[in-house]
Design a protein around this ligand. Structure first.
Ligand code: SF4
Length: 188
């Protein structure tokens, strides 16, 4: 494994200003624990039911070190975990973003005000996005109605032209017959 050190406070402020979908996209793209080469670690981010406290503490420390030393998106992962309410105060059974569940709970309490504002902002951004998408869909529907109306108009115009051509041909035929009956020549 290539060891690389991620500055702990690397972009914390920058990361905190991101909306949840951007945080999630960063984690999806860069999570060190999702890398197949780290496969043995993938199943081990939660404490097993019967795992003794001492074993879990040891493992949790290793997992936290892994996040801090190997993961380029630790700040994003931690911010998401904090906003999503990960961790339980009564039981330490997971590691995310370099912190155990209980550490996440403590961190959330320390940053309660900022996180509440960030979650509210995420919700507002989601609502705005939905409104935007609904408007865009409406616009697309309108455009499609106009296109369909245009196509129907064009079809009606062609049918009408065809009927006019047929009527003109019938008229010419009737005229020819009348002239023939009257004994006039074709050009008369
Ligand atoms: S910080 Fe840890 S838990 Fe989060 S994505 Fe990175 S390796 Fe996985």
């Amino acid at each position: 494994m290539n060891m690389m050190t991620v500055a702990p406070d690397r972009v914390h402020e920058q990361v905190q200003s991101l909306r949840a979908p951007a945080l999630q996209a960063a984690v999806d793209a860069g999570a060190a624990c999702a890398d197949l080469r780290n496969a043995p670690l993938r199943e081990e981010w939660f404490r097993e039911e019967s795992e003794p406290e001492a074993d879990w503490s040891f493992r949790a420390r290793l997992l936290g070190d892994f996040c801090r030393e190997m993961c380029p998106v630790m700040a994003e992962c931690r911010e998401l975990a904090l906003r999503q309410g990960e961790g339980r105060s009564w039981q330490d059974d997971m590691v995310r973003g370099g912190l155990t569940g209980q550490q996440l709970v403590e961190e959330r309490a320390r940053e309660a005000e900022r996180l509440a504002a960030a979650v509210a902002e995420d919700q507002r951004a989601t609502v705005e996005w939905e409104v935007y998408m609904r408007a865009a869909l409406r616009q697309l529907k309108e455009a499609s109605v106009v296109i369909q109306a245009g196509a129907a108009l064009e079809k009606a115009r062609k049918e009408s032209n065809a009927r006019a051509t047929e009527a003109a041909a019938e008229l010419r035929a009737i005229r020819r017959q009348r002239r023939a009956r009257a004994g006039w020549g074709e050009a008369a």
